[in-house]
Design a protein around this ligand. Sequence first.
Ligand code: EPZ
Length: 419
Amino acid sequence: MQGRYIVTGGHPLAGEVMLQGAKNAVLPILAASLLCRRCQLLGCPDLTDVDSACHILEYLGCRTRREGDVLTTEFNGSGKSEIPAPLMEEMRSSIIFLSVMIARYHQAVISMPGGCQLGPRPIDYHLAALEKMGVQVRRDQGKLYCRCEGRLTGAQIALPFPSVGATETVLLAAVTARGETVLTNAAREPEIADLIGFLRRCGAKIRLCAGGDIAVEGVDRLEGCIYPVMADRIVLSTYLSLLAAAGGEICIRRGSREHNKAFCHLCETMGMRLWESGGDLYARVAGRLKSPGKVRTMPYPGFPTDSQPMFLAACTLAEGTSVFTETIFENRFGAAYELGKMGARINIADRIAIVEGVPALTAARLRCPDLRGGASLVVAAAAAEGSSTIEEIHHILRGYENFAPNLRGLGVDIIEERG
Ligand code: EPZ
């Protein structure tokens, strides 16, 4: 499905938007639902990545049904333990289903998840952890054949890097394993805490130890639960980046600084005003913002890599020079070339981007390189003089629910053309 946006920028924002449920919380929770009997997720965002996860769940033996923003999953007793390549390719993060397939069926066959625009995306931490828990892994013709004699076994797992996905793999393998698992150097992203909250409500025994270790005592089975999905902190940072670029005043319903402290701090050092009231986040920008100086992406609670592309787009218009260091992914400045077409001045050397602020951007014909790179083009177009065309918007629809109508609610002049 091809589609494009026509964005006409050059005027300040004014309006409000309801913050969607978090994509990166709901995807591992959907994987976890394969271990349960019946679950209901409240505030589940309507995204193509969620659709892909539901296609995989149906294939693995879980019926899924959406009624508005409530998604119900129900395990029907049998399913496949192999995800065919086309389904794997629909969603890069489908690796999250590997551990639950093994926990449920004692075996799993998946095609090696390809790299993506951000870099090779290896899964060595996931596989090393699963092998310590009793899984035999065999590679053949680009496929991974995994099997485990009986139940997975709890183990002491230390991650070389606080990988979000590998932390989720270990948690999902450990909750119904035999014995205890202790995970060291786990990721601390809020979406991990949301997954733990969901698993505990389903009957899992998970303890947060001093120093950040996570201890899991395996149980025989998980029941299921009704669970409200957390708000999406990366979408919130997208809206604040839009405001930083275009100026004006907005309200983000369900928004807060919580989970966004590093990002909000940089916005305020640039001159943005932020305040919370009645469970919502208000923000105002009057006049040209100042460069934030150095921006370095880090694991949580540091500045999030997912917010970097949209924030960089806003910094192309700030007064002064900003220096971005991307420490998480090899290649996350994909949109810089497209932003250059609009008059942005960005110099890249490996994982460093030097952004020299310019007083104005001009509209251009643009193409989304990936999910957050695409969102960064919308941020720039909403501030640029004239009408920009943004192609390949299917990347954006993976992670942003009702993106064009929500942006219109904030005062962005955006039209979506399908086909
Ligand atoms: C999750 O990806 C998110 N995706 C990403 O969001 C996010 O950017 C990333 O975490 C970091 O916060 C989902 O939650 C679905 P990692 P994930 O494992 O789990 C290396 C978005 O825009 N690594 O923390 O894949 C890896 O190459 C997406 O919503 C290994 O070397 O991220 C990377 O350099 C993009 N071996 C670093 O760790 C492994 O086995 C961080 O990756 C696993 C990871």
